[in-house]
Design a protein around this ligand. Structure first.
Ligand SMILES: [Zn+2]
Length: 460
């Protein structure tokens, strides 16, 4: 951490929200642990001072709010323009205010309210006011401003943070930072530990192959796979854990595995966390230096007691004090879930992702603290979103593959981690065959040599 004399001046209206944005900027982006904060009615706009440099950013968003809440459609951004810049690959989006920048000596005035905009992206308050939810009670990605306006595949908060930093570093060359290189963070949700936990399960599959699917080839394939895995669990088609660990280790990376411990719906309880094979695997994952997290059951994001119960079981089984979570089905409804997470003492989550939309749900590629908008306070929960999920490939695969490459390129540009989710079950079966090479391509830093014979980027 660097200690530098930054001074930030804000007005008192929604001061917790404003302070939150500056905390994220300084602590999580600039790695500066201290900055001075002055709160006074005399400041009509945001002011950031560093030595002789003064940056003035217009306060548009919070200034317009009547009353004590911004949870109202009338405060959503109306349209989108950009700051014109010839040198940058990604233009600066303007959601609140205008794109004008005036520079004179060491004074800069910026008419675009990037502080209110960063708050808009990180706090996800637009999700609190939407009643158009999907069948799992989730906010629909296509309703988000960023998806609708096609700025979703760029971590715009990173772009704003970088832009603001450069306004200072232009005047102070010692503040210049080298760009770091992109790195990969694979993670794996374990919905099913193995494909066939018992004989009955296997018979059910085969009955489906014969009657429902009338697929004799699949019947024979499953028969063969079952007979080898019957004696050796590591031969089960879903037992891909060693492959994930080998792949991560060969590139000096750490994988994260999210395990379920229970639940109270038909979507849960596909294995018993106390199974001796799972215990052996958990030990191996730890021994090899990878991470284990909790994949809470379907209802846990909306039922406080259920989440607390599962966290306790997980802590006992895994012998840990702190728990990282990612919700099953990525099922979150922030207005409820954020309180439930806080109540259960969650400190790390990785559930932010919109199905069918590779990209940045909070516009941010780095881990950041969540803000509870109904309580007007910063939480202790660190959100570390993924920007791609494998099951999206089963839909419009050509579009998804094109988009995931764009997401990767944008992540590379800001020099952070490309974080993706690949289930242990997403290799076996006809539907996954075309995408084996997508996994390899991804794990090998999108090196086009791994495309194999699948010309999937052109959609053929
Ligand atoms: Zn799941």
């Amino acid at each position: 951490m660097i200690n530098t004399p930054f001074r930030v001046c804000i007005s008192p209206k929604f001061k917790e929200e404003k302070k939150y944005v500056f905390d994220v900027l300084f602590h999580h982006f600039y790695k500066i642990d201290n900055y001075q904060l002055e709160i006074s009615d005399k400041y009509k706009e945001y002011e950031i001072h560093f030595n002789e440099t003064r940056i003035l950013v217009k306060d548009i968003f919070f200034k317009q709010i009547e009353g004590d809440t911004y949870l109202d459609e009338k405060y959503l951004p109306r349209d989108l323009s950009y700051v014109q810049s010839t040198e940058d690959r990604y233009k600066i989006p303007v959601l609140y205010g205008e794109s004008t920048i005036n520079k004179s000596n060491r004074h800069v005035e910026f008419s675009c309210d990037i502080i209110g905009t960063i708050f808009f992206f990180l706090s996800r308050w637009e999700e609190y006011i939407s009643s158009d939810l999907d069948k799992h009670g989730r906010f629909k990605g296509e309703n988000s401003f960023a998806v609708k306006n096609n700025i979703f595949r760029v971590p715009v908060v990173d772009i704003y943070a970088d832009f603001l930093w450069r306004l200072f570093s232009d005047f102070t060359p010692t503040l210049k930072k080298d760009k770091t290189s992109v790195s990969l963070h694979p993670s794996h949700d374990i919905d099913f530990f193995v494909k066939w936990p018992n004989k009955l399960n296997y018979y059910k599959t085969q009955l489906g192959n014969l009657i429902k699917r009338s697929d004799k080839d699949l019947f024979l394939k499953d028969k063969k796979a079952y007979s080898v895995s019957n004696d050796d669990i590591s031969k089960d088609p879903f037992f891909t854990y060693k492959l994930f660990m080998d792949d991560a280790e060969s590139r000096n990376r750490q994988a994260t595995f999210y395990f379920m411990v229970g639940g109270n719906t038909n979507y849960d309880n596909n294995y018993d966390i106390n199974d001796e094979n799972i215990a052996a695997l958990l030990s191996e994952i730890k021994l090899r230096g990878h991470r284990i997290g909790l994949h809470p059951g379907y209802n846990a994001s909306t039922t406080s007691n259920q989440l607390k119960k599962e966290i306790e079981i997980f802590k006992n089984v895994c012998g840990v004090d702190q728990v990282m979570i990612r919700q099953h089905f990525l099922k979150i409804n922030l207005i409820e879930t954020i309180n439930i997470w806080e109540d259960a003492g969650v400190q790390y989550d990785s559930s932010f992702y919109y199905n069918n939309h590779p990209g940045f749900r909070a516009g941010c590629s780095v881990a950041f603290p969540l803000f509870n908008v109904t309580k007007h306070k910063k939480t202790n929960i660190l959100e570390d979103s993924v920007s791609f999920m494998d099951t999206d490939l089963l839909g419009e695969s050509s579009r998804i593959i094109k988009e995931v490459k764009e997401v990767y390129e944008a992540t590379k540009y800001v020099g952070t981690n490309f974080k993706f989710l690949w289930h242990n079950s997403s290799f076996y079966g006809r539907e996954w065959k075309p995408f084996h090479s997508v996994y390899s391509w991804m794990i090998n830093d999108f090196d086009d040599d791994y495309l194999g014979n699948h010309n999937f980027l052109s959609g053929k």
